[in-house]
Design a protein around this ligand. Structure first.
Ligand code: SF4
Ligand code: SF4
Length: 196
């Protein structure tokens, strides 16, 4: 998708220096790091964990996977204004805006919405600037979720199917604007009345 900010630069590959072409300094540097960790692990406590069965606890200030929030009646908050994409230093966000049609008032909060919204998790540096730039409290970085390992690069491009939070109040993200107990109850009732 075309970048919204037009800040992307094409980089030319620099020619390698003599030391880089010889490879040996880089090989010795790599071996020294490996040996340092080897002896540290042998003499002190184990430094690795058996991921994914065992997980390290997240830091209290961890910023992980994005979530696109819904409002108190389940409508998407994002209006595809593009401010998050312009604020993003890594050019990781792209979107396509669309106009809400008659009958879609229950799906989208405002007349303009994101038909498509994508975050490239391989480009993202999880700085949180998109979250700060959003005037609609629509995008947040979650403190308890990260992009799991994948084999294909394409799988790190997260679209709306993986970014928009569920309508169900019990399955919503812990980040962003929370529902009051009354709003959560009203929404649960609305969901239970919908035909299966
Ligand atoms: S967290 Fe930072 S790098 Fe990642 S999408 Fe948001 S603004 Fe861009
Ligand atoms: S997430 Fe927020 S800043 Fe980004 S396009 Fe949607 S409304 Fe605008």
């Amino acid at each position: 998708m075309q970048s919204l900010s037009n800040r992307a630069k094409k980089l030319e590959a620099k020619p390698m220096t003599l030391a880089e072409r010889a490879y040996l300094p880089a090989i010795f540097q790599g071996l020294s790091i490996t040996m340092r960790h080897f002896f540290r692990a042998a003499t002190k406590k184990q430094v690795t964990v058996r991921y994914p069965e065992e997980k390290r606890p997240f830091s209290p200030i961890f910023r992980g996977l994005h979530v696109l929030k819904r409002d108190e009646v389940g409508r998407e908050r994002c209006t595809a204004c593009g401010l998050c994409a312009v604020a993003c230093p890594a050019e990781a966000i792209t979107m396509v805006a669309g106009e809400r049609k008659k009958g879609e008032e229950g799906l989208y909060r405002e007349e303009k919405y994101a038909v498509s919204y994508e975050v490239n998790m391989l480009r993202c540096i999880f700085c949180g600037l998109c979250e700060e730039a959003c005037p609609k409290a629509a995008v947040y970085l979650q403190p308890d979720k990260m992009a799991p390992p994948r084999f294909e690069r394409d799988e790190f491009i997260y679209g709306k199917d993986r970014l928009v939070e569920p309508v169900d109040p019990n399955a919503r993200s812990i980040r962003g604007i929370q529902l009051t107990p009354e709003q959560a109850q009203a929404l649960s009732q609305k969901i239970s009345q919908q035909p299966a």
